[in-house]
Design a protein. Structure first.
Length: 564
């Protein structure tokens, strides 16, 4: 495209010098025809260029989205805690799209401008070196204008993206908690909060756009001054008889031809400044090192054990602290010197007040987080020495907040069957009934019924039971129930626990609860307070030996029976 664009002024030079000035109409026609050929050829190559640019831009966007998404799936819970979900969504969508647009435009503009400049300079130097000097004097000024804008504009666009993150976070919180906002009549407060973030974004974005608005006029000013200089020098050389008038037309045409990609560059540079910030934010995610990683050559859990997982879990002097925003361990640990043994087939309940460290304790079992001190073993093998994928296949959690995916009921339950032996229609029905999710069978579509996004068409208790069924269908050797029956009534909770005990009789079950009614039948009850074990034993043992446990019992269920 650049080659044919550079040939067009040559055709004009021939038309003026050899045709118009010489009074030769044949040269005028011939030059006009060549000019048409060059123009059509340039247009064809420009079309091909735009087609390839679109392919390259979309390919870059695709690869970036895949790369960022796969990296997010590899990150540990601690990494995701610090990066925040709303922030990750912006980087995966808006930031990647900004880079895609700039790559597409850059293929057609960033390369075109320097090629035009070099080609025009070489041809002008061949025609008359003093004409080339006009371009040499003109270009540093243009480059300085562009460089100055890039230096001043990039920080402004980084600030815009930071404000956009804040706005998106407020929006996500309000969309997720819209019922809470309405229930407490806080619409005006939330509207004002959103307006503050929106005005902050508007202020910074206006500053960025204002700087971009000055770039194009400044560049056009420099270009017009360059044209005036070209007419001055070229006109003087023509009057002196040094060059023909056609050469001045060539100079003017080359200056205009160079000006076009530079003007396009002035439009692109604000996008480049924004994309530069987007790339930095994307690289923050891609370069994030997962907190929890496998050791080189780590074997699977079954290989390390030398057979199937039985489920004997031992905590030996385990302490744990979450990481701070900079990634360093928080000096205030949430778990202290935990010593605990869970035997295969045993139900071990963890009881304690909110913030006592119950969820933190069970989240260490599958290395959602890594311990700070001590060690955890499964069947005698330190969990940090085996491949985490095999550990996740052995330890299946049901989290506090059940997450369902859009699709069908069967698809959501079957989601837990891989890896694992379950997944047949019989397994799915058995798991659903054990989780007291047989309400599905009373619905018109049964297990083929629709599940809307995040399970919005099910109640909280129904979502919990479906989440439990999803875990049970896998039949894991170690099952973690993290306060997963909190939305159920006591009678349903009891039936669910009895069914789980029957279905998972060979599995080790960790049961996290705040309600004492949920742990009465557990083989071992561990009472946590401020991250420490303050009591341990069966229900009857703790009633007779632990004042702390008795206090919890009396606060929730009333006086202790006299026969205990």
């Amino acid at each position: 495209m650049v080659v044919f664009d550079l040939l067009i002024p040559q055709a004009i030079q021939g038309i003026v010098n050899d045709g118009i000035l010489a009074g030769d109409i044949d040269n005028v026609v011939r030059g006009a025809m060549w000019m048409a050929v060059f123009s059509v050829s340039s247009a064809l190559f420009a079309t091909a260029n735009a087609w390839f640019a679109a392919r390259v831009g979309e390919a870059v966007g695709h690869r970036l989205r895949i790369g960022v998404y796969e990296q997010i799936t590899k990150l540990s819970w601690g990494n995701v805690d610090r990066l925040e979900t709303s922030d990750l969504l912006v980087r995966l969508t808006a930031d990647v799209n900004q880079v895609r647009v700039v790559v597409t435009n850059s293929v057609t503009t960033l390369l075109r401008a320097p090629l035009m400049i070099v080609g025009a300079f070489v041809i002008l130097a061949y025609i008359e070196w003093r004409l080339a000097l006009v371009m040499v004097a003109f270009l540093p000024i243009v480059v300085s204008v562009l460089a100055f804008y890039q230096w001043k504009g990039a920080p402004l666009y980084r600030a815009v993206l930071a404000r956009f993150d804040g706005l998106n976070q407020v929006l996500q919180e309000n969309m997720a908690g819209v019922r809470v906002v309405k229930a407490f009549v806080r619409e005006d407060y939330e509207n004002a909060r959103f307006d503050r973030h929106n005005r902050d974004l508007q202020r910074v974005a206006t500053a960025a756009q204002s700087s971009a608005a000055l770039l194009n006029p400044a560049l056009l000013l420099v270009v017009n001054i360059g044209l005036a200089a070209a007419l001055w020098v070229g006109g003087g050389l023509t009057i002196d008889g040094t060059i023909e008038i056609g050469s001045v037309f060539v100079l003017l045409n080359y200056l205009v031809a160079v000006m076009i990609p530079l003007v396009l560059l002035s439009v692109l540079l604000p996008q480049v400044a924004s994309a530069d910030s987007s790339v930095a934010r994307i690289l923050e995610v891609i370069d994030e090192v997962p907190e929890v990683q496998d050791q080189p050559g780590a074997p699977s859990l079954t290989d390390a054990i030398g057979g199937p997982v039985r489920g004997r879990v031992v905590f030996e002097g385990v302490s744990f602290a979450y990481r701070q925003a900079d990634g360093s361990p928080n000096p205030n640990a949430v778990l202290h010197d935990i010593d605990l043994v869970a035997e295969p087939g045993q139900v071990l309940a963890i009881l304690g007040a909110t913030g006592s460290g119950k969820s933190s304790l069970v989240n260490l079992l599958n290395r959602s987080y890594d311990i700070t001190a001590g060690r955890i073993t499964i069947d005698g093998v330190d969990i940090r020495t085996v491949a985490r994928a095999s550990l996740l296949a052995a330890v299946t959690p049901v989290l506090q907040q059940p997450s369902l995916f859009s699709g069908t009921v069967e698809g959501n339950i079957r989601f837990g069957a891989t890896p694992g032996p379950g997944g047949t229609p019989v397994d799915i029905v058995e798991a659903a009934r054990a989780a007291e999710a047989s309400f599905v069978e009373d619905r018109a579509d049964g297990y083929n019924g629709e599940v809307k996004r995040r399970g919005a068409n099910f109640s909280g208790g129904q979502r919990q039971r479906l989440a439990i069924a999803r875990a049970l269908v896998r039949r894991p050797p170690i099952l973690v129930l993290d306060d997963t029956t909190s939305a159920l009534d006591v009678a349903t909770e009891g039936r669910v626990q009895d069914a789980i005990r029957h279905l998972m009789s060979d599995s080790t079950v960790f049961l996290v609860a705040q309600r004492i009614s949920a742990v009465l039948t557990a083989d071992v009850i561990v009472v946590l307070e401020d991250g420490r074990i303050v009591a341990k034993g069966s229900h009857r043992e703790l009633l007779s030996s632990s004042e702390h446990y008795r206090a919890i019992y009396e606060s929730q269920l009333g006086a202790v029976p006299s026969d205990v």
